[in-house]
Write a protein that binds this ligand. Structure first.
Ligand SMILES: C[S@@+](CC[C@H](N)C(=O)[O-])C[C@H]1O[C@@H](n2cnc3c(N)ncnc32)[C@H](O)[C@@H]1O
Length: 412
């Protein structure tokens, strides 16, 4: 299909998504609010049902035109995410549930950090949360937008109209990923931003494990326009997050669509080349050496070690390797023990929580011992994290407070 045909197709998909979404919204909001009421142990009678139903209708009447304008906006406007518009607009339902005396449910740390205002966990994380039939049209919409954007600007071409010229300050970049799901804390984002900002034009950054784009958006917005940025993620729904190891095609396709949409929204779709493959199959898709490598893919020992060895070998002398879930995940930590702890090639610089930083260097025997001992020094923190995970798995989450942990999410 030619460009005009593709743009018309995008408009058609956007209209279809809007029509079906706005139709599904009121009953979804009513159902999720009633579900929270039941989970909170409040009795549900007709009066309460009517109040919640009325509130859902009013909220959705207000939200529908706003959602429509975001979904149908031109791709170059970087108008934002419709799911973010929805999450931001659910306040009146939160107020009603609060008035009804509903206690706030326990929320995991990621949800609390990313969506602090969503007290009752009402906000949808995907179109399929609103209605399962919206999944495919939502995926088609994300893919069509990314396609049209690439057609207009080409791979790595002109910066998107929504992109900020020059380097936006860190706070603005952080604010732009607040709605993008992921397991990257603010101080970890800061570390990524700083290292990406230091890359020279002509340099190359590779990320292994991109999920929905939270970390790669930070890198793409911080790095000079002359830096090549590659995101490797098979989006197969496996090795995805804490306790989400088995592959799941449906989940993976949804991650892929949301990832593409998030990159468009952030104005960086033309800055990032996505390789939809497992990291060990992707070597041929990246030419030459790497100046900054971020490893956050499969966290099991075998693949984590293979990423450090094979992709780490491609990092140029003086280059940076950052590894998420270091001294937190058992697989990643064992991979470090067998590679960086007493090896010759990586100087341990420090860490932002579980994001460890290494510099490629040739270490002499004395430097290797010092380097190894510095990493051994992180083992008590690792033991603490393993204990927290065991307590959470045994449903003894309150005991993790003794170790300074908050929430029911695994430490990262
Ligand atoms: C923890 S998430 C990455 C989070 C992301 N860095 C962020 O901050 O938003 C892990 C991702 O690794 C991907 N993954 C799993 N196995 C992989 C592999 N062998 N190669 C590359 N990516 C992989 C998963 O699909 C998942 O999206």
């Amino acid at each position: 299909m030619d460009q005009r045909g593709d743009e018309a197709k995008l408009r058609q998909i956007a209209d279809e998504l809007t029509d079906r979404l706005t139709e599904a919204l009121p009953s979804w909001l009513e159902d999720i609010a009633l579900q929270r009421v039941e989970e909170g142990g409040l009795p549900v009678d007709e009066t309460l049902r009517r109040r919640i139903g009325d509130c859902a209708r009013v909220v959705c009447e207000e939200l529908s035109p706003r959602v429509r304008s975001v979904i149908t906006a031109d791709v170059d406007l970087a108008a934002g995410s419709p799911l973010a518009v929805l999450r931001d607009g659910l306040g009146p339902m939160d107020v009603l549930l609060d008035e009804l005396g509903l206690p706030a449910p326990a929320r995991d740390r990621m949800a609390t950090e990313i969506f602090p205002g969503d007290t009752y966990d009402l906000g949808p994380a995907s179109f399929a949360d609103i209605h399962r039939d919206l999944r495919d049209v939502g995926i088609a919409w994300g893919a069509a937008r990314a396609h049209v954007h690439r057609q207009r600007h080409g791979e790595g071409g002109v910066a998107a109209a929504g992109a900020v010229p020059g380097r936006p300050p860190f706070d603005r970049v952080l604010a732009s990923v607040v709605d993008v799901e992921g397991w990257m804390t603010d101080d970890q984002a800061r570390l990524l931003y700083d290292r990406a900002a230091e890359l020279e034009p002509g340099g190359r950054m590779v990320e292994i494990g991109s999920f929905r784009g939270r970390s790669i958006i930070v890198v793409a917005r911080a790095a000079d326009a002359g830096v090549e940025i590659v995101a490797i993620d098979p989006h197969g729904g496996g090795d995805r997050g804490p306790r989400e190891i088995a592959p799941d095609g449906t989940r993976g396709d949804e991650d892929h669509a949301v990832f593409m949409g998030n990159l468009v929204d952030a104005g960086v779709i033309d800055r990032v080349s996505h390789v939809r493959k497992m990291s060990d199959d992707a070597h041929g898709d990246v030419a030459g050496g790497v100046d900054m490598l971020y490893i956050d893919g499969a966290h099991r020992f075998g693949p984590a070690r293979a990423d450090i060895v094979a992709w780490g070998n491609r990092v140029r002398p003086g280059g940076t390797m950052l590894i998420h879930d270091s001294f937190s995940s058992i697989g990643v930590t064992l991979a470090l023990v067998t590679t960086t702890f007493f090896g010759r090639s990586w100087r341990y610089v420090g860490r932002a929580r579980s994001m460890a930083e290494f510099r490629r260097a040739e270490l002499d025997p004395k430097a290797r011992i010092v380097n190894g001992l510095r990493q051994v020094g992180q083992v008590p923190w690792f033991v603490r994290n393993v204990i927290i995970k065991v307590l959470i798995t045994l449903k003894l989450t309150p005991l993790t407070r003794v170790l300074g942990h908050r929430g029911s999410d695994w430490p990262y």
